[in-house]
Ligand binder design. Structure first.
Ligand SMILES: Cc1cc2nc3c(=O)[nH]c(=O)nc-3n(C[C@H](O)[C@H](O)[C@H](O)COP(=O)(O)OP(=O)(O)OC[C@H]3O[C@@H](n4cnc5c(N)ncnc54)[C@H](O)[C@@H]3O)c2cc1C
Length: 236
């Protein structure tokens, strides 16, 4: 048994690595436990890119969160001195009556986000690589871009560790339980048992089996992604 931690973070993928980093910035005594090696390819955060954009069509409620995320990615880039965020501009293409476009416009207008609404003719001029139907439009967002997810994890882990977080890999958590007094948790891995005041569970697709008490109808399925290199590039 080791000294108690303030917080144990289980799972150090995109979410857990960021959590460990931000907790360590608050002088919290953090233990991070990960089943595999850092930035491995078995979870949700593997691959070359993840899109980031501001005008969330899903709901304007996401916009303040994502604006804050841009600030935090900038801070991480400065602290780590690594390029993790690339601003490329991005387009959402669809019917002007469908939710993809109406939702982007709603978010952009509510939060004053810079954008252009391009018709098929304007798209052919500015982005000839996309063939829109005549009744489609494109919502263009200059501040959209992509993150390198594995690098994000590596830098969050590196900076968390620099600030004193204790990060352990290839140490799967087997079980956890709240203490009977209700003021802490104990977490058991294949190596030992740890105590902490709080527990953050960020096990992504393993959540349903890790926390069976919350019976969530989650089915994990494999998503195969491709990154294609264009033979020529066009800038807006
Ligand atoms: C194909 C695809 C495309 C996507 N595109 C985008 C996009 O463009 N933009 C965007 O914002 N988001 C995108 N997402 C979503 C984004 O990638 C995920 O939300 C994010 O990666 C989830 O991270 P996570 O930390 O929750 O999960 P994971 O990265 O899976 O991390 C969970 C971690 O928990 C660990 N773990 C599990 N069980 C245990 C245990 N018992 N003990 C210790 N460790 C454990 C795992 O090993 C893993 O490292 C996409 C996702 C997918 C799959």
């Amino acid at each position: 048994m080791e000294d108690a931690f303030d917080v144990i973070v289980v799972g150090l993928g995109a979410m857990g690595s960021a959590t460990a980093y931000h907790l360590s910035k608050q002088h919290t005594k953090v233990l991070g436990l990960e089943a595999f090696i850092p930035a491995h390819d078995k979870g949700s955060s593997h691959g070359e890119s993840r899109i980031i954009r501001q005008a969330y069509f899903e709901d304007p409620a996401y916009v303040p969160l994502v604006l804050r995320a841009y600030e935090l990615w900038d801070q991480l880039q400065n602290e780590s001195n690594e390029d993790i965020l690339s601003i490329t501009g991005g387009v959402a293409i669809g019917s002007p009556r469908r939710r993809l476009i109406t939702g982007c416009l709603k978010s952009a207008r509510r939060y004053g986000l810079e954008h252009d609404l391009l018709d098929a003719r304007e798209m052919r001029r500015r982005f000839p690589q996309f063939a829109l139907a005549d009744d489609e439009v494109a919502f263009y967002e200059e501040k959209a871009g992509y993150l390198k997810p594995e690098e994000c994890i590596r830098q969050h882990l590196r900076c968390a560790s620099k600030r004193g977080a204790d990060l352990r890999f290839e140490e799967p958590v087997l079980s956890w339980r709240a203490s009977q007094s209700g003021d802490g948790v104990s977490v058991t891995t294949d190596k030992q048992t740890y105590q902490a005041r709080s527990l953050v569970i960020s096990v992504g697709p393993w959540f349903a089996e890790f926390v069976p008490i919350i019976s969530m109808p989650v089915i994990v399925s494999r998503r195969v992604m491709f990154w294609l290199k264009p033979t020529s590039t066009v800038t807006a």
